[in-house]
Design a protein around this ligand. Sequence first.
Ligand code: FDA
Length: 395
Amino acid sequence: MTSALVDRFDVVVIGAGAAGMMCAATAGQRGRSVLLVEHYPKLGEKIRISGGGRCNFTNLHASPANYLSQNPDFCRSALARYSPRDFIALVERHGIAWHEKKLGQLFCDETAVDIISMLRNECERGRVRWRMPCAVEEIDHVDGVFRVATTQGPVVAAALVIATGGLTVPKIGATPFGYRIAEQFGLRIVAPQPALVPLALDPESLSRYGDLSGVSVDAGVTCKDGRFRENILFTHRGLSGPAVLQISSYWNGGDAIHIDLLPDLVAGAWLASQRTSATRMDTLLGQRLPKRLAQQWCAAHDAALPLQQLGDKRIAELAELLHDWAVWPSGTLGYNKAEVTLGGVDTRELSSKTMAATRVPGLYFIGEVVDVTGHLGGYNFQWAWASGHAAGEAV
Ligand code: FDA
């Protein structure tokens, strides 16, 4: 790079998503000269499509317990220093109306585009410069300075922030760029995998339950340390709905997920009280579950008989199965349908206060590219804001 033609900044941020824009605005408003580089032609696409177009931008109850990571404490400091209240205050300063939908999940009243405009305005307040669409071709680190070759010419900066997100929804700009840069600098990566993603069922299970596509039921779902109580949704490819998306973050190939179809009931006592009844089990279950689900579930468990014919032992077994129906998914629907990527830059490589790589002075990783993954419900954006803010204060 010829130095006379090279633009110089204090900070270059690569990736103008949620974390990148928050970081750039924070650093710019502290008086740093900041360049934000984005390769996709549209700004904040993931924000735009989030929360069904209304962006579930935070969760009132965000705490480290809502995040998965090899180091569950890593997110604590950043979340404490930039809380949901801080983001709500920002949203309110911009006159964006919001509401709580359920479980502390906050959404825009109007449209997610309001959040994108807000972040762009905050960047303008910080005099952030943009290159977009602009691809990064090469990064070198020489004499403590980062040299970034882009399709719009080279830039140098003392601080380089990687905010390129995870691998979900590649058609709107996701790339493995952040992991490649981490590898280039010798930093460890926790293997990425799709999370908050629908689970697929094998053809045999689909021949039983595929017809239930569209049926939804309130259930408890567990897998390893994960335990959620929300709806599950049957689809033509398997299982989805909030409880299944949540549990997918805990699921690895080969595991069973355990479904409690009657979480508010002691099924053993209820069924025992009906044990002499001539009513068929599927009819009875149809009083508590969607009828088609009751029928298919009973057919699959050879239980579509009058209760008096089933006998006490079988009734007790079925009651147990209703509370602990083990289902073995055959896979996930992958990065095209996932909301987030589990894994990423290993938090052992980063300072939890600043997001700086401890072994590479001036290099920062923020947002989803880091091995911190939130539950469904606004937690992932809160991590993007909090980690972006932490780095923006430090660069
Ligand atoms: P993000 O992916 O937002 O941004 C990364 C940016 O880097 C992108 O603009 C990308 O184009 C750019 N980039 C990638 N490679 C690059 C390269 N090589 N060069 C330059 N730029 C590059 N979360 C939540 O809390 N509430 C919600 O309602 C939802 N809803 C939701 C719906 C759907 C359909 C999805 C897919 C995801 C969600 N999420 C969510 C998750 C949330 O969108 C996600 O966790 C954050 O956007 C992560 O923010 P980041 O800034 O880290 O990455």
